[in-house]
Design a protein around this ligand. Sequence first.
Ligand code: GRF
Length: 201
Amino acid sequence: MKRIAVLLSGRGSNLEAIAESVQSGRIPDAEIAIVVSNRENAPGLEKARPRGLEAVVIPSKGRQREEYDREVVALLEAKKVDLVCLAGFMRLLSPYFVERFRNRILNIHPALLPAFAGLEAQRQAVEWGVKYSGCTVHFVDENLDAGPIIVQAVVPVHDDDTEETLAARILREEHRIYTEAINLVLSGKFRIEGRRVIRTG
Ligand code: GRF
């Protein structure tokens, strides 16, 4: 049984999607061992608890990055976590954290990286005028939205789209590809060559 940690700061819809995939067997032989929020009032906490998931708050406000990460890593190691899924976790990870879970941390970003990294990716896409955007699940390294890409999905941008309508279209794909990426990584059927994640199974 593989043990997944989900780290979040907000709404928690990706957490819900992952939890449903685990529950329904779309992510087989896995469980969510812990949910961690760095914000006390994150709505995602209340999505976790009714499902019987252990959800804890480790407030990050005013903390040094590595000192904070050491506390989170200690918890994840105590919970014997195999895979860390960032799901709207609004903090950059320290080299310490990345090293301890090298190639075992995933993030989801609501754009086709390397386009529109950083905040408000859907707004950036609308304002830039791209005709297609999407989402990306990638391995996490020390840099923002930067590690090797595991899965992407493309969605069209319509002329009458707003940031909100585009975000909703992308979100449906986020929920689908996060499960796909988790399955690939947990299966171990891939290798990383430079920046390329290559399926081997
Ligand atoms: C998603 O759009 C994700 O791509 C980004 O943050 C948002 C989190 O949404 N990293 P939720 O909290 O999973 O609903």
